[in-house]
Design a protein around this ligand. Structure first.
Ligand code: BGC
Length: 853
């Protein structure tokens, strides 16, 4: 039995097993049996296997309120660490978590590109730079699979936006595909041997990924030598012919395109062959073998919540290392606790732990530490801490929860499920829910139900005309004390948004009296075609009932915050996006912080009264910073996982020296980005988007504007430290060209810490190609990076190595990679800004090198 990179070569046995299967059994295996599990074929001993989301934690089988799980920093936060070891450790820990959820496959990492700062799912993916994404994802996959849990590299390919993600037609040049969008997948496929890939939803140049052989067979398997399984994204199987085009597994189940009749028909009319099916079956069985499913090695498949101290520590360290300090005027940070009497913690995210973004990357964390919790816990005995949220940023109102008792006498709501369109006689099932929302998605007990009655007795906390928001996936009515209060006659216009908690709502006010009890009843009916673009939601029911008291809504939060800021030695304003604003299923509508300028106004007003104002921003993307000149310090904290509050405080106090660097360029204005006007949709009617900027993504675009008004606010690779480093002694040896896989270049440098504290520095090596008339190449491209920890007064060497891939571009005419002869500059830098280049070396390539398919 041969072993390579941890995957087990059981090919012979796979063929034996496949040979014993009937055609019907093989067809059964081509699609999942339910939302998370593949089918078992008992007769031949093929076991079922469970998968789980997602890139920053193993959520388990329930989308909402599931078994608690460790929440790790999002991939963008991990990317900002520029730390390979941490990525490996996070991968490994995720593997351990997946095991506690009975899963053998984790649905991550996401390696798509941050094409636009408006990408709703950017937080889940690493970077705008394919090299950084590819290196870190490779380590993550290796760590995960060391635990014998399969990684699923997603979403292959070009899922850079969520606007109309199921159907959008994206025009992308072959060169941009090769150099930017395919590149991280290629690196991971070649270097980490991942056991799964996930195919994406959108169309690329007119066709879905699974409707052609180009991506799944020609490139992935034939060019890159990939041996693993490809599953579709949930609902991304678009044709039965995907069996021929290399898509192994339709997800989720039961089969839609691969039902027995459809597959048999396709076999009969010759659009697929039995050998196509055998290829797919082989990959499915190989996955089962790779993860040890045939060895029956795990004790119990039930989900468990195991909160490990070593995971807590890893999450806190990684979250802290990912925080990027972008401004620190007059060295206001680290905070000198001894000289501080009072700190005002302000902003809507001061008491919100921004652990993760929204959608399939969200999970029920073991616990979450808010910045406020961390400050009170760790500094509360030394410093006076005050707090105000300072601004409302509701997108939807929070679920009605406190004060609700269901008819069984328990806190929360009761859902009664009926098989009839009118709730007559007794329900066939009842379920309790803790708060004002539920969904039937994934609930196998209520399939076929026609009406759901969702009710509670609510006791109002205060008297007032309180605010309610209401919506249903299908037609729904809201009654209070038997009177119809709100009626949504049609299905929701945005079913996907609904699933992710950002639905269009009916908003109203209702007069409540303190201590009075109100009977609240909602009646909802499933919609057979809830969302033509995602069939998963058809026939499902969901409800959301939100609530905010009039007192809370009318409160002048801004004045409260300003008063506290005026009276404090330091004001720290926590701003950003909640999962309602930044989520899978939709893109952001602008780079401005929500909602309607309330957070920007808060920062400006606080900075006006307190000269020591620090802003901590928690988003997965760069945002507009109109107040930046007026504040003393600014840091980008991303979504740092369940320990986010502690990680932020570690940086503020200096217990951890900041070392994060931007894994994305930070534009001043959205209009300055290369994809401006061509992200989301080219026009509302078109259903299309053209990747007009070609390979000019991120710093590859902004580099050309250095020194003019389009220059970025902060450059890719930039980030401040409390330590100070000098990079010197740059050297280079080796070369490219001359056959035998065409050589390697090795670069070395020395990092000296000339500051007073121990810290970490990331040295980056960029390649600047020669100018060639008629060939549009980026000014420079990242080819290597290394992070070192150096104590005050010490120095440490760093080394880098790159081959021909670092110098080549995709020649569209040849359909191959090409390194042009000529003089290349090799820049040794600490960010992509020209000021941060510490040495420029010259690399001469004697003759053209052409390679590839
Ligand atoms: C997402 C995937 C996710 C899957 C299962 C899809 O909507 O795009 O990333 O793994 O759902 O939740």
């Amino acid at each position: 039995m041969a072993e390579s990179n941890g995957s087990i070569d059981h090919d012979e046995k796979i063929e034996d097993l496949a040979a014993r299967m009937t055609l019907d059994e093989k067809i059964t295996l081509l699609a999942a049996k339910n939302i998370w599990e593949t089918p078992e074929i008992q007769r031949v001993g093929i076991p079922s296997l469970k998968v789980t989301d997602g890139p920053n934690g193993a959520r388990g089988g329930n989308f909402f309120d599931g078994t608690t799980a460790a929440c790790f920093p999002s991939c963008v936060s991990l990317a900002a660490t520029f730390n390979r070891d941490l990525s490996r450790q996070i991968g490994k820990a995720l593997g351990q978590e997946a095991i506690t959820k009975g899963a053998y496959v984790l649905l991550g990492p996401t390696v798509c590109c941050h094409r636009s700062p408006l990408g709703g799912r950017n937080f889940e993916a690493f970077s705008e730079d394919p090299h950084l994404s590819g290196i870190l994802a490779t380590e993550y996959v290796k760590g995960l699979q060391e635990e014998r849990v399969a990684a699923t590299v997603k979403h292959y390919l070009a899922n850079e936006q969520d606007t109309r993600r199921f159907t959008v037609n994206q025009t992308i040049s072959e060169r941009a595909l090769r150099e930017i969008y395919l590149r991280p997948f290629e690196m991971v496929a070649k270097d980490a041997d991942p056991w799964c890939f996930m195919s994406s939803y959108p169309k690329i140049n007119g066709m879905h990924v699974d409707a052609q052989s180009k991506f799944l067979i020609d490139i992935l398997r034939n060019e890159w030598g990939y041996k693993g399984l490809v599953m579709s994204d949930w609902g991304a199987t678009t044709t039965v012919e995907s069996i021929k085009h290399g898509l192994d597994l339709e997800m989720p189940g039961p089969a839609r395109f691969r039902n027995p009749e459809a597959v048999i028909k396709a076999l009969k009319d010759g659009s697929i062959s039995e050998s196509d099916i055998d290829d797919r079956i082989g990959n499915i069985i190989r996955l089962l073998k790779n993860v040890g499913k045939f060895d029956d090695r795990r004790a119990t498949p039930t989900e468990q919540a195991i909160d490990r101290p070593e995971h807590r520590a890893l999450i806190r360290k990684t979250g802290g290392e990912g925080i990027v300090l972008l401004k620190n005027e007059g060295d206001i940070l680290p905070l000198d606790v001894k000289k501080t009497r009072k700190i005002a913690l302000l902003g809507p995210l001061a008491k919100y732990a921004a652990a993760h973004g929204g959608g399939s990357a969200s999970l029920n964390c073991h616990y979450k530490v808010t910045p406020y919790d961390a400050f009170v816990d760790r500094l509360g005995s030394k410093v006076e801490i005050t707090h105000s949220a300072g601004a409302h940023i509701f997108r939807v109102y929070p679920d009605l929860e406190a004060g609700c008792l269901n008819s069984l006498g328990n806190p929360g709501f009761l859902a009664e499920f009926y098989m009839t369109p009118i709730p007559t006689s007794a329900p066939f099932r009842t379920e309790e829910y803790p708060r004002g929302s539920f969904t039937t998605l994934m609930n196998t007990h209520v399939i076929g139900c026609q009406t759901v009655r969702f009710s509670t007795s609510y006791t109002a906390p205060t008297t007032g005309s309180h605010y309610l928001s209401f919506s249903g996936l299908g037609p729904s009515k809201l009654f209070i004390n038997n009177i119809l209060i709100a009626h949504q006659p049609d299905p929701t216009p945005d079913a996907m948004g609904f699933l992710l908690g950002v639905q269009d709502e009916i908003r109203l006010q209702y007069p409540f009296t303190a201590t009075h009890t109100y009977d609240i009843v909602i009646e909802t009916h499933p919609d057979p075609l809830a969302n033509a673009e995602l069939h998963l939601l058809n026939h499902q029911s969901s409800i959301h009932l939100g609530f905010v008291t009039q007192q809370e809504m009318d409160r002048d939060l801004l004045s409260e915050a300003v008063d506290l800021a005026r009276d404090a030695d330091m004001a720290i304003v926590f701003v950003g996006n909640t999962t309602q604003w930044e989520t899978e299923g939709q893109d952001l509508s602008s780079m401005a912080l929500p909602a309607s300028g309330s957070q920007d106004a808060l920062i400006a007003a606080v900075a006006d009264v307190n000269p020591k104002t620090v802003v901590v921003n928690t988003t997965g993307v760069p945002v507009l910073t109109p107040w930046i000149e007026d504040v003393s310090a600014f840091m980008q904290a991303w979504y740092a996982g369940q320990e986010s509050g502690n990680a932020i405080l570690d940086i503020i106090t200096g217990e951890m020296c900041p070392s994060g660097k931007l894994p994305v360029s930070w534009p001043r204005r959205y209009e300055d980005t290369g994809c401006f006007g061509h992200f989301g949709l080219d026009s509302k009617e078109s259903g299309k988007v053209e990747y007009v900027e070609g390979v000019g993504v991120g710093y590859r675009w902004f580099d050309q504007f250095y020194g003019d008004e389009k220059e970025v606010r902060w450059a890719f690779g930039y980030g401040l430290s409390y330590a100070r480093f000098v990079v010197s002694g740059a050297s280079m040896e080796g070369g490219i060209g001359g056959g035998e896989e065409d050589g390697m270049v090795r670069v070395g440098a020395v990092v000296k810490n000339v500051g007073k504290r121990k810290g970490m520095e990331t040295v980056q090596v960029y390649m600047k190609p020669p100018n060639v008339a008629g060939l549009d190449r980026p000014v420079k491209e990242l080819v290597g990076f290394a992070k070192v920890e150096v104590s005050s007064g010490e120095e440490k060497p760093v080394e880098f190595e790159f081959g021909r891939e670092g110098l080549s571009y995709w020649d569209e005419e040849l359909g191959r990679w090409k390194v042009l002869q000529g003089k290349y500059e090799v820049l040794v830098a600490t960010s992509s800004r020209p000021e941060d280049v510490h040495a420029t070396l010259t690399l001469e390539v004697g003759e053209d090198v052409v390679y590839g398919p």
